[in-house]
Design a protein around this ligand. Sequence first.
Ligand code: ADP
Length: 201
Amino acid sequence: MLYWPQDVQDVDAVMAHHEPLLTAEIKDRRLEVVVADITTLDVDAIVNAANSSLLGGGGVDGAIHRAAGPELLAECRKLNGCPTGEAKITKGYRLKARYVIHTVGPVWSAGQADRHQELLASCYRNSLMLADEHRLASTAFPAISTGVYRFPMDLAARIAVATVRSHVTAQETGLERIVFCCFNRESAVHYQDAFAELRLG
Ligand code: ADP
């Protein structure tokens, strides 16, 4: 199903209700593209695009720590950081989400494009594996690495959608709903392109 809001008022309505802009079903699992602040989503886990210290930062990381409260930082301090491409899980504290999965995306450089694409795919794979280990039914991803880490948005969206699709296709996942959470409509367009390329939706 494809639904694009016609005007700005519609976009506000879509954001307020977290109605997906785009959905696809694979093996009874639902993939959604939503325009929202990820901290407001009602899912079992939201994924944080963290830095390797796991001690908070700007962008989506800062927003998640602000919304979750200081207990999140206290738990993160005990984790001893996280290497790029890997993921660690904490509780969600004051968030609606019960858990936060912290993953560290690569800082993009064109000279290491292949390695950075593989690391970004690892972020999605390892986050999905953690969600399955904790028997979660729903999770939401921000566009990892596409902010201050400067990963090209179109490429990042393709990697995100392709990696999630592979996981859902190849694994016995308990995840019933996986959300690609875009902060604005411009980034949602890249997910729309990725869904179309992979013949989803
Ligand atoms: P990174 O360091 O991995 O690049 P950023 O936080 O700088 O992480 O940005 C990652 C993506 O998250 C960007 O596309 C940015 O627009 C988006 N983003 C920032 N804040 C939020 C939020 N509250 N909810 C959802 N997405 C967000």
